[in-house]
Design a protein around this ligand. Structure first.
Ligand SMILES: CC(C)(COP(=O)(O)OP(=O)(O)OC[C@H]1O[C@@H](n2cnc3c(N)ncnc32)[C@H](O)[C@@H]1OP(=O)(O)O)[C@@H](O)C(=O)NCCC(=O)NCCS
Length: 242
Protein backbone atom coordinates (compact mmCIF):
# COMPACT_ATOMS: atom_id res chain seq x y z
CA UNK A 1 0.00 0.00 0.00
CA UNK A 2 1.32 3.43 -0.89
CA UNK A 3 2.04 6.05 1.80
CA UNK A 4 -0.98 8.13 0.81
CA UNK A 5 -3.36 5.16 0.80
CA UNK A 6 -2.09 4.02 4.24
CA UNK A 7 -2.61 7.50 5.71
CA UNK A 8 -6.13 7.64 4.33
CA UNK A 9 -6.95 4.17 5.78
CA UNK A 10 -5.67 5.29 9.18
CA UNK A 11 -7.77 8.45 9.03
CA UNK A 12 -10.89 6.44 8.20
CA UNK A 13 -10.12 4.09 11.08
CA UNK A 14 -9.74 7.03 13.46
CA UNK A 15 -13.03 8.50 12.24
CA UNK A 16 -14.81 5.17 12.77
CA UNK A 17 -13.34 4.88 16.27
CA UNK A 18 -14.36 8.44 17.14
CA UNK A 19 -17.89 7.74 15.89
CA UNK A 20 -18.05 4.56 17.96
CA UNK A 21 -16.84 6.39 21.06
CA UNK A 22 -19.43 9.12 20.55
CA UNK A 23 -22.20 6.54 20.12
CA UNK A 24 -21.02 4.78 23.28
CA UNK A 25 -20.92 8.09 25.19
CA UNK A 26 -24.51 8.87 24.17
CA UNK A 27 -25.73 5.33 24.95
CA UNK A 28 -24.09 5.56 28.39
CA UNK A 29 -25.70 8.95 28.99
CA UNK A 30 -29.12 7.58 28.07
CA UNK A 31 -28.71 4.64 30.40
CA UNK A 32 -27.76 7.00 33.28
CA UNK A 33 -30.90 9.04 32.61
CA UNK A 34 -33.09 5.91 32.52
CA UNK A 35 -31.55 4.64 35.76
CA UNK A 36 -31.96 8.01 37.51
CA UNK A 37 -35.63 8.18 36.54
CA UNK A 38 -36.21 4.72 37.99
CA UNK A 39 -34.88 5.63 41.43
CA UNK A 40 -37.50 5.54 44.14
CA UNK A 41 -35.63 7.25 46.99
CA UNK A 42 -33.64 10.19 45.61
CA UNK A 43 -33.46 11.81 49.04
CA UNK A 44 -31.23 9.00 50.28
CA UNK A 45 -28.51 10.32 47.92
CA UNK A 46 -28.36 13.63 49.74
CA UNK A 47 -29.75 12.89 53.20
CA UNK A 48 -27.73 15.44 55.16
CA UNK A 49 -28.78 18.27 52.84
CA UNK A 50 -32.48 17.64 53.30
CA UNK A 51 -32.71 19.53 56.59
CA UNK A 52 -31.81 23.20 56.44
CA UNK A 53 -31.33 25.49 59.42
CA UNK A 54 -30.45 29.17 59.34
CA UNK A 55 -31.03 31.10 62.57
CA UNK A 56 -34.77 30.83 63.23
CA UNK A 57 -35.47 29.11 59.89
CA UNK A 58 -35.92 25.34 60.08
CA UNK A 59 -36.77 23.57 56.87
CA UNK A 60 -37.35 19.95 55.88
CA UNK A 61 -37.12 18.89 52.26
CA UNK A 62 -38.50 15.93 50.38
CA UNK A 63 -38.37 14.73 46.79
CA UNK A 64 -41.18 13.14 44.80
CA UNK A 65 -42.17 12.44 41.21
CA UNK A 66 -45.02 14.70 40.12
CA UNK A 67 -47.52 11.81 40.25
CA UNK A 68 -46.78 11.26 43.95
CA UNK A 69 -47.21 14.90 45.01
CA UNK A 70 -50.24 15.79 47.08
CA UNK A 71 -52.69 17.78 44.95
CA UNK A 72 -52.54 20.86 47.21
CA UNK A 73 -48.71 20.88 47.06
CA UNK A 74 -48.72 20.77 43.25
CA UNK A 75 -51.35 23.52 43.17
CA UNK A 76 -49.22 25.65 45.52
CA UNK A 77 -46.18 25.14 43.25
CA UNK A 78 -48.20 26.24 40.22
CA UNK A 79 -49.58 29.28 42.09
CA UNK A 80 -46.14 30.29 43.38
CA UNK A 81 -44.69 30.04 39.87
CA UNK A 82 -47.49 32.26 38.58
CA UNK A 83 -47.00 34.80 41.38
CA UNK A 84 -43.23 34.90 40.87
CA UNK A 85 -42.96 34.62 37.10
CA UNK A 86 -46.12 35.80 35.30
CA UNK A 87 -45.01 39.45 34.94
CA UNK A 88 -41.52 38.42 33.83
CA UNK A 89 -42.92 36.11 31.15
CA UNK A 90 -45.41 38.76 30.02
CA UNK A 91 -42.62 41.23 29.40
CA UNK A 92 -40.70 38.99 27.00
CA UNK A 93 -41.22 37.17 23.71
CA UNK A 94 -42.55 34.04 25.45
CA UNK A 95 -45.59 35.67 27.06
CA UNK A 96 -47.45 33.97 29.93
CA UNK A 97 -49.42 30.88 28.95
CA UNK A 98 -50.71 29.21 32.09
CA UNK A 99 -51.98 26.13 30.30
CA UNK A 100 -48.56 25.51 28.76
CA UNK A 101 -46.81 26.08 32.11
CA UNK A 102 -49.15 23.64 33.89
CA UNK A 103 -48.57 21.08 31.14
CA UNK A 104 -44.80 21.46 31.60
CA UNK A 105 -45.06 21.23 35.40
CA UNK A 106 -47.22 18.09 35.28
CA UNK A 107 -45.16 16.18 32.73
CA UNK A 108 -44.72 12.54 33.82
CA UNK A 109 -40.93 13.02 34.03
CA UNK A 110 -41.12 15.97 36.41
CA UNK A 111 -39.43 15.54 39.79
CA UNK A 112 -40.14 17.91 42.68
CA UNK A 113 -37.98 19.01 45.57
CA UNK A 114 -40.25 20.58 48.18
CA UNK A 115 -39.04 22.68 51.11
CA UNK A 116 -41.39 23.03 54.06
CA UNK A 117 -40.86 24.90 57.32
CA UNK A 118 -41.10 23.05 60.64
CA UNK A 119 -44.36 24.90 61.23
CA UNK A 120 -45.76 23.37 58.03
CA UNK A 121 -45.65 26.24 55.53
CA UNK A 122 -44.47 25.50 52.03
CA UNK A 123 -41.49 27.75 51.34
CA UNK A 124 -39.69 26.68 48.18
CA UNK A 125 -39.60 24.11 45.44
CA UNK A 126 -37.70 23.00 42.39
CA UNK A 127 -39.10 21.18 39.38
CA UNK A 128 -36.27 19.24 37.77
CA UNK A 129 -35.75 16.38 35.34
CA UNK A 130 -33.08 13.92 34.36
CA UNK A 131 -32.79 14.16 30.62
CA UNK A 132 -30.56 14.03 27.58
CA UNK A 133 -29.82 17.55 26.39
CA UNK A 134 -27.61 18.16 23.35
CA UNK A 135 -26.41 14.56 23.61
CA UNK A 136 -25.44 14.80 27.28
CA UNK A 137 -27.08 13.49 30.45
CA UNK A 138 -28.12 16.49 32.52
CA UNK A 139 -30.22 17.37 35.51
CA UNK A 140 -32.35 20.15 34.05
CA UNK A 141 -33.69 22.59 36.62
CA UNK A 142 -37.01 23.84 35.21
CA UNK A 143 -37.89 25.97 38.23
CA UNK A 144 -36.48 27.12 41.49
CA UNK A 145 -39.05 29.20 43.31
CA UNK A 146 -38.91 30.60 46.83
CA UNK A 147 -41.75 32.32 48.69
CA UNK A 148 -41.00 36.02 49.33
CA UNK A 149 -40.74 35.49 53.11
CA UNK A 150 -38.16 32.70 52.64
CA UNK A 151 -35.73 34.62 50.44
CA UNK A 152 -32.15 35.71 51.14
CA UNK A 153 -31.78 33.08 53.84
CA UNK A 154 -29.77 30.60 51.82
CA UNK A 155 -32.72 28.38 50.95
CA UNK A 156 -32.47 28.79 47.16
CA UNK A 157 -28.77 28.01 47.38
CA UNK A 158 -29.50 24.86 49.41
CA UNK A 159 -32.05 23.74 46.82
CA UNK A 160 -29.35 24.05 44.13
CA UNK A 161 -26.88 22.18 46.36
CA UNK A 162 -29.33 19.28 46.52
CA UNK A 163 -29.77 19.27 42.72
CA UNK A 164 -25.98 19.33 42.26
CA UNK A 165 -25.53 16.40 44.62
CA UNK A 166 -28.26 14.42 42.85
CA UNK A 167 -26.74 15.20 39.46
CA UNK A 168 -23.33 13.97 40.59
CA UNK A 169 -24.70 10.84 42.24
CA UNK A 170 -26.64 9.87 39.11
CA UNK A 171 -23.77 10.65 36.71
CA UNK A 172 -25.38 13.63 35.03
CA UNK A 173 -22.74 15.91 33.51
CA UNK A 174 -24.36 19.22 34.40
CA UNK A 175 -27.07 20.94 36.28
CA UNK A 176 -28.44 23.06 33.47
CA UNK A 177 -31.22 25.67 33.45
CA UNK A 178 -32.87 28.40 31.43
CA UNK A 179 -32.98 31.89 32.95
CA UNK A 180 -34.69 35.05 31.77
CA UNK A 181 -32.11 37.74 31.10
CA UNK A 182 -34.43 40.46 32.47
CA UNK A 183 -34.61 38.77 35.87
CA UNK A 184 -31.58 40.35 37.57
CA UNK A 185 -32.27 38.73 40.97
CA UNK A 186 -32.17 35.25 39.43
CA UNK A 187 -29.11 36.11 37.38
CA UNK A 188 -27.25 37.33 40.49
CA UNK A 189 -28.42 34.28 42.44
CA UNK A 190 -27.34 31.67 39.88
CA UNK A 191 -23.99 33.33 39.27
CA UNK A 192 -23.32 33.65 43.01
CA UNK A 193 -23.98 29.90 43.22
CA UNK A 194 -21.36 29.12 40.58
CA UNK A 195 -23.49 28.91 37.41
CA UNK A 196 -22.17 30.36 34.18
CA UNK A 197 -23.19 30.71 30.56
CA UNK A 198 -23.52 27.27 28.96
CA UNK A 199 -22.07 26.49 25.55
CA UNK A 200 -25.60 25.63 24.34
CA UNK A 201 -26.91 29.12 25.18
CA UNK A 202 -28.15 30.84 22.01
CA UNK A 203 -26.29 33.92 20.76
CA UNK A 204 -27.81 37.20 22.03
CA UNK A 205 -28.88 38.23 18.50
CA UNK A 206 -31.00 35.06 18.31
CA UNK A 207 -32.64 35.14 21.72
CA UNK A 208 -32.00 38.12 23.95
CA UNK A 209 -34.65 37.29 26.56
CA UNK A 210 -33.20 34.06 27.88
CA UNK A 211 -29.91 32.31 28.43
CA UNK A 212 -28.81 28.80 29.36
CA UNK A 213 -26.69 28.53 32.49
CA UNK A 214 -24.99 25.47 33.90
CA UNK A 215 -22.64 24.04 36.46
CA UNK A 216 -20.54 20.97 35.72
CA UNK A 217 -20.69 18.06 38.13
CA UNK A 218 -16.99 17.27 38.04
CA UNK A 219 -15.82 20.04 40.36
CA UNK A 220 -15.50 20.15 44.09
CA UNK A 221 -18.23 18.37 46.03
CA UNK A 222 -21.23 20.70 46.28
CA UNK A 223 -20.81 22.51 49.60
CA UNK A 224 -23.13 24.74 51.56
CA UNK A 225 -21.48 27.96 50.45
CA UNK A 226 -21.86 29.93 47.28
CA UNK A 227 -18.62 30.37 45.47
CA UNK A 228 -18.18 32.95 42.75
CA UNK A 229 -15.12 31.10 41.52
CA UNK A 230 -16.93 27.80 41.12
CA UNK A 231 -18.41 28.40 37.68
CA UNK A 232 -16.64 25.41 36.25
CA UNK A 233 -16.86 24.65 32.57
CA UNK A 234 -17.29 21.35 30.84
CA UNK A 235 -14.66 18.71 31.30
CA UNK A 236 -15.35 15.10 30.44
CA UNK A 237 -16.96 13.01 33.12
CA UNK A 238 -16.15 9.36 32.82
CA UNK A 239 -19.05 8.37 30.60
CA UNK A 240 -16.83 5.64 29.26
CA UNK A 241 -15.94 4.38 32.74
CA UNK A 242 -18.33 1.50 32.64
C1 LIG B 1 -33.96 33.76 42.81
C2 LIG B 1 -34.37 33.04 44.10
C3 LIG B 1 -34.68 31.59 43.76
C4 LIG B 1 -33.22 33.10 45.10
O1 LIG B 1 -33.56 32.34 46.25
P1 LIG B 1 -33.06 32.76 47.72
O2 LIG B 1 -33.43 31.69 48.65
O3 LIG B 1 -33.55 34.11 48.03
O4 LIG B 1 -31.48 32.83 47.49
P2 LIG B 1 -30.32 32.64 48.58
O5 LIG B 1 -30.72 33.25 49.88
O6 LIG B 1 -29.95 31.21 48.62
O7 LIG B 1 -29.18 33.49 47.90
C5 LIG B 1 -27.86 33.03 47.71
C6 LIG B 1 -27.04 34.16 47.12
O8 LIG B 1 -27.55 34.49 45.81
C7 LIG B 1 -27.47 35.92 45.61
N1 LIG B 1 -28.82 36.48 45.53
C8 LIG B 1 -29.99 35.87 45.85
N2 LIG B 1 -31.04 36.70 45.62
C9 LIG B 1 -30.52 37.83 45.15
C10 LIG B 1 -31.10 39.07 44.74
N3 LIG B 1 -32.42 39.28 44.79
N4 LIG B 1 -30.28 40.07 44.32
C11 LIG B 1 -28.94 39.88 44.26
N5 LIG B 1 -28.32 38.72 44.65
C12 LIG B 1 -29.11 37.72 45.08
C13 LIG B 1 -26.75 36.46 46.83
O9 LIG B 1 -25.36 36.45 46.57
C14 LIG B 1 -27.13 35.46 47.89
O10 LIG B 1 -26.21 35.42 48.98
P3 LIG B 1 -26.39 36.51 50.17
O11 LIG B 1 -27.83 36.55 50.55
O12 LIG B 1 -25.51 35.95 51.25
O13 LIG B 1 -25.92 37.81 49.61
C15 LIG B 1 -35.62 33.71 44.76
O14 LIG B 1 -35.35 35.09 44.89
C16 LIG B 1 -36.91 33.54 43.97
O15 LIG B 1 -37.62 32.55 44.15
N6 LIG B 1 -37.22 34.52 43.12
C17 LIG B 1 -38.44 34.49 42.30
C18 LIG B 1 -38.46 33.36 41.31
C19 LIG B 1 -37.25 33.29 40.40
O16 LIG B 1 -36.81 34.29 39.84
N7 LIG B 1 -36.72 32.07 40.25
C20 LIG B 1 -35.54 31.81 39.43
C21 LIG B 1 -35.88 31.58 38.02
S1 LIG B 1 -36.54 29.97 37.72
Amino acid sequence: MGKKAAASTNKNKEKRQARKLEQRRIADGMSYVTSANKLTDLASLCKELMIYRNNDLEVDMYIQKVGELEKNVLQWAIDLTERNMKKLYETCAWGWNKERKVEEMTDDNAWYLIAKSKSGSLLAFSHFRFDMDFGEPVLYCYEVQVEAEGRRRGLGQRVLNVLERLARATRMRYVRLTALTHNPAASAFFRACGYSLDETSPPKEEAAHYEILSKATDGEPAGDHCSLSDGMRAVHVAAAES
